[in-house]
Design a protein around this ligand. Structure first.
Ligand SMILES: Cc1cc2nc3c(=O)[nH]c(=O)nc-3n(C[C@H](O)[C@H](O)[C@H](O)COP(=O)(O)OP(=O)(O)OC[C@H]3O[C@@H](n4cnc5c(N)ncnc54)[C@H](O)[C@@H]3O)c2cc1C
Length: 379
């Protein structure tokens, strides 16, 4: 019988892929890593803009897991149906697993039904199917009010609703339609990106230049699809012709049923992402770690877990704790991209200095994706 440690990673998104790559690089001769995901491949969150606008098809933006070629990593396309964190046992639609170390990296799900009227009267681009379906709706939309409503928080990638507004306006403009179309983002926050005053200013300047509106501190609670209004707390109504909602986020049901979540998300140790169950870790959007729900933070959390396990298994070095750092790229249209270098180090005030939109940063974003493809998938 092998005396290698069995590491079971649930979810092959930003967090799961980064963790499996790091462990494969450092510990291939000491561990057996099983990586499970229900999908056939990984797609970057930002590719949803390309799907929504019809710039790319789903296969064009998918990194297929069957291409993973990493020592000690075995990928299985299966759906996790139950997790027993006490005994580190997992059941999928195909088989049962037992692990020495279990890492939950299952991301955040959406709860469209939690907002009355949303499923009937609105659309979303936060899921891949939603983004693809929305393209057919956009192709037929020629004039009227588009409302991008951020319904709950926390939500993934805080700049994304504003990026969507800018890219949509540009897309309508290229079709000669932008004169007849008003786009607004409705947010619960006072500004687009609270920890980044310079990033916020750049976004609001771009909104002014394009005639877009950022409406602050409104909590949308329901839609009335017959009257085409979004209804806010206090009764205020926001009329729309096309409503694009950022749905309420929640932990996947399988995580909730496992008793891993408390106050909506999985609580973890800020330093090494360990849950209250020995040998069970959680990274990324599924946790309540003190950082935004973004891929780059899932990645830095995965790095911290990797460091911790490498030290534990080799008995060498000092693991670096979760640094809460991540650079978020922000689309500004005209093929220009800005960057927020966010720092959410646990226990300190978050900051996010801003690099203004440029071609150089747009190239950097392409490189960001290429580097991950090589590190996560290719051997
Ligand atoms: C429009 C948009 C733009 C974005 N832009 C950016 C950006 O520019 N930069 C950035 O850093 N982040 C961005 N994000 C956010 C980013 O996509 C997520 O925060 C990130 O993917 C979270 O990583 P994760 O590993 O926690 O979860 P995910 O990447 O969501 O991975 C979770 C995985 O678990 C799998 N899974 C779930 N349930 C099961 C189950 N029961 N069985 C098996 N598998 C399961 C899923 O298939 C998925 O592959 C964007 C998001 C959106 C919506």
């Amino acid at each position: 019988m092998s005396n290698k440690k069995k590491i079971l990673i649930l979810g092959a998104g930003f967090g799961g892929l980064e963790l499996s790559s790091r462990l494969s690089e450092a510990l291939a001769d000491r561990v057996e890593i099983t990586l499970i995901d229900k999908n056939e491949g990984f797609i970057f969150g930002f590719s949803k803009f390309d799907l929504m606008l019809g710039h790319s098809t789903r296969p064009e933006v998918t990194y297929f897991y069957k291409d993973i070629s990493k020592p000690a990593v075995d990928f299985r396309q299966e759906t996790v149906v139950s997790i027993d964190p006490v005994n580190r046992r997992v059941t999928t639609d195909k088989q049962d697993y037992e692990a020495d170390v279990l890492v939950v990296a299952l991301g955040a799900d959406y709860s469209v039904d939690a907002t009355p009227g949303f499923a009937q009267g609105g659309h979303e681009f936060y899921s891949f199917d939603g983004a693809i379906g929305l393209h057919n709706v956009l192709k037929k939309f020629e004039s009227g009010k588009v409302v991008i409503g951020i319904i709950g928080q926390p939500f993934k990638c805080p700049p994304a609703p504003c990026e969507a507004a800018i890219l949509l306006d540009e897309w309508f403009e290229q079709r000669g339609l932008s004169e007849g179309i008003d786009i607004s983002v409705v947010s619960q926050w006072p500004v687009p990106i609270p920890p980044s005053p310079d990033g916020t200013k750049a976004i609001l300047d771009k909104f002014d230049a394009r005639g877009l509106t950022f409406t602050t501190q409104k909590v949308i609670t329901s839609l009335d699809p017959d009257r085409k209004v979004a209804i806010c707390e206090g009764g205020e109504e926001i009329p729309y012709d096309l409503f694009l909602g950022i749905p309420i986020h929640r932990v996947p049901t399988v995580v909730e049923e496992a008793g891993l979540a408390k106050d909506d998300w999985i609580p973890v140790d800020d330093k090494n992402l360990q849950t209250k169950f020995p040998g069970v870790y959680a990274v990324g959007d599924v946790t309540s770690a003190p950082a935004p729900k973004s891929g780059v933070f899932a990645e830095s959390a995965a790095r911290a877990v990797a460091e911790h396990l490498i030290t534990e298994l080799t008995g060498e070095g000092e693991p670096k704790p979760f640094d809460g750092k991540g650079s978020c790229y922000v689309e500004f249209g005209d093929k220009l991209v800005g960057r927020m270098d966010a720092d959410f180090f646990p226990g300190t005030r978050p900051t996010a200095p801003f690099a203004p939109p440029s071609v150089a940063v747009a190239d950097e974003k392409k490189e960001f994706a290429a580097i991950r493809r090589k590190r996560w998938i290719d051997g």
